[in-house]
Design a binder for this molecule. Sequence first.
Ligand code: TYM
Length: 335
Amino acid sequence: MTIKRILSGIRPTGDIHLGNYLGAIYNWVEMQHQSQQNLFCIVDLHALTTLQQTENLALNTRTVAAAYIAAGIDPKKSAIFAQSHVPNHSELGWILGCFTPLGWLNRMTQFKDKAGKHKELAHLGLYAYPVLMAADILLYKASHVPVGEDQKQHLELARDLAAAVNHRFNTDIFPMPEPIIQGAGMRVMSLRDGTSKMSKSDISDYSRINMMDTQDMIEQKIRKAKTDMEPIPETVAALAGRPEAQNLINIFAAMSKQNPQEICSVFAGNNFSEFKKKLTDCLINTIVPIGNNMRELMKEETELDKILSNGAIIANDLAEKHMYEIRSAIGLLKK
Ligand code: TYM
């Protein structure tokens, strides 16, 4: 597959976890070498939409940058930058907002989940979140957007908006971005409840593996991870109705580059205690070195900031060029 331009991003809202790694970064690391250009953003403006998570925004932005690099994103091959360092994201976000029917936003399940019961107290930023995300993608005319499964609906909105603006102005200014949602790690669930997503906002730290967790913490979290009394079945189909078991098998499959059926075949008939030991080893071998690497990178604040400012130069150049075309396609007076 020849890829023209990849764009993706993560919110700097606290601990970056195994779901972010397997659903996103892991695929980026592989794909960056098949693509002509890569843009990996730290979406700090999106982080502002969840007000309870905006403490330490600058520190968290550096932490996410460190996670990208520690996991294998090569700053020489890929631009790593903070969203707020490229003002055109906000400009295009506003423009796209003017073409977004409220009905489209009302369908967004993430807004419904995050706003909860008190919708009228939720902020405009949270409601407009998917429009800014569409701007992140369309600003760079990204051809491919690798994300976890939870972002599918947002990606559909970005495609709908691209089509709507193209149609309205009779142009092909926005190419259709292709979502890349792949692998057994596209939906990593909580270690405490196999029906809810592994997430930074879960109050229980035992629900997730964080990228900076130590060996001891990973051991404890997997030991305590919820399972059931049944042994591991021979087939993936037999995991239906066993969300916690399915989740651990998916995690193992993603971490060991196998498919879930291969894992079932190897462990069929075993109980979870043996399986958990192997899963723990596998997690420790991958996550602990990344975490250590992150800690080292975090000590080099100036170096990290330099990588972010180099990334922002590349992103700003492309963004300004495209924004010029977009402004003119929609008829704004030239500067
Ligand atoms: P965020 O920070 O919530 O998630 C970042 C990435 O991690 C993936 N992810 C997961 N994948 C599998 N299992 C999980 N439990 C899990 N939790 C998170 C997400 O799917 C995502 O790929 N809205 C985006 C950020 C964003 C963005 C963009 C992404 C803003 N603009 C433009 C791509 C392109 C988000 O979900 O952030």
